[in-house]
Ligand binder design. Structure first.
Ligand code: IPD
Length: 263
C-alpha cells in the first residue's frame, strides 16, 4: 500500500478503537487529576487511550516517531511522526458533555499528511489527507461560505492559566459586538472540524498545543478554510485561526486590533 493510504488506515483504526474505549468509559467513574492548573484535567482514560493508540501505531509502524499529550515521546528513524491527543476536551469527557474527541495527525518530513478526529458522542469521524479534501463519515465536507462578519458564528477556547483566560475573555467581550455569536465548546480538534463542515464560520484560540490542533487544522484547510496564525504563518501555540475564506481577512484584522495574540 502507498504510504499515505497506509497511514490513514492506521490512524482511522486507532481513532475508532479509541472512540469505542471513550464511549465505554464516559459515563463511569474515572480517576481525575489536575495538570498545569485546577482547570487542566487528566483522567486515567486519557492515559489508557494514549497507550491504546501508541500500541496500534507501533505494532504497524515500529520505527516512526510519536508525540502524545500524555507523555509519549518516541524519536523515530523514519520520515513519519504521529501527533496524538487521546482525549481533546478532557473536561467535557469528565462531565459527560458532548464534544470531546480523539485527535491523530501524521506528518511526513515535517508536513501534515493525514488528520483523523473521532467525536464519540456525535458518532463523527473526520478525516483528511493532504491535497485530497476532507470528509465526515466518508462524505466530503466544506466550509460555510460566510461573507459577513456581523452574521458569523465564531468559536473559540480558553487556556488553563487564570490570567490568560481573563485576558482571552476580554477579547471575546469586544468581539461579541462584531459577530453574530460566540461558541466555546471545549475541544479545539472538534472546533476545527466544525469550521471544516460549516457548523461554525470561524474559530480561533491562543495557547493550544500541537496535539490539539494538528489533525483539525489539516481537516479544516482541506475543507477549504483559511488556516494560519494571525500573520499568515502556520498555526502555532501562539495562535491558531481557521475561517471560511469570505470572512477570514476582516476577522483576522479585528483579532489583530484586539491584540488577541499578544496576551
Ligand atoms: C483543550 C481543548 C480545549 C481548549 C484547550 C485545550 P485538552 O485540550 O482543546 O477546547 O480550549 O486550550 O488544551 O487539554 O482537553 O486536551
Amino acid at each position: 500500500m502507498a504510504l499515505i493510504p497506509e497511514l490513514l488506515t492506521i490512524a482511522t483504526t486507532a481513532a475508532e478503537a479509541t472512540v469505542d474505549l471513550l464511549l465505554d468509559r464516559v459515563d463511569g467513574s474515572v480517576e481525575v487529576n489536575e495538570k498545569s492548573s485546577t482547570t487542566d484535567l487528566v483522567t486515567e482514560v486519557d492515559r489508557e487511550a494514549e497507550a491504546l493508540i501508541v500500541g496500534i501505531v507501533t505494532s504497524n509502524r515500529p520505527d516512526d516517531g510519536i508525540v502524545g499529550e500524555e507523555g509519549t515521546g518516541i524519536e523515530g528513524t523514519t520520515s513519519v511522526r504521529w501527533i496524538i491527543d487521546p482525549i481533546d476536551g478532557t473536561t467535557n469527557f469528565v462531565y459527560g458533555h458532548p464534544g470531546f474527541s480523539v485527535s491523530i495527525a501524521v506528518e511526513i518530513d515535517g508536513e501534515l499528511a493525514v488528520g483523523v478526529v473521532g467525536d464519540p458522542l456525535h458518532r463523527d469521524t473526520f478525516t483528511a489527507t493532504k491535497g485530497e479534501g476532507a470528509f465526515r463519515n466518508g462524505r466530503p465536507i466544506g466550509v460555510s461560505g460566510a461573507t459577513e462578519l456581523s452574521r458569523s458564528l465564531v468559536a473559540t477556547g480558553f487556556g488553563y492559566d487564570r490570567e490568560w483566560r481573563m485576558a482571552q475573555g476580554a477579547v471575546v467581550t469586544q468581539l461579541l459586538g462584531e459577530v453574530a455569536d460566540i461558541r466555546r465548546m471545549g475541544s479545539a480538534a472538534v472546533d476545527l472540524c466544525s469550521v471544516a463542515c460549516g457548523r461554525v464560520d470561524a474559530y480561533f484560540e491562543r495557547g493550544l498545543n500541537i496535539w490539539d490542533f494538528a489533525a483539525g487544522s489539516l481537516i479544516a484547510s482541506e475543507a477549504g478554510a483559511i488556516v494560519h496564525d494571525l500573520h499568515g504563518g502556520p498555526p502555532t501555540k501562539r495562535f491558531t485561526f481557521a475561517s471560511s475564506p469570505g470572512i477570514a481577512s476582516p476577522l483576522a484584522d479585528l483579532l489583530t486590533r484586539l491584540g488577541a495574540d499578544q496576551i
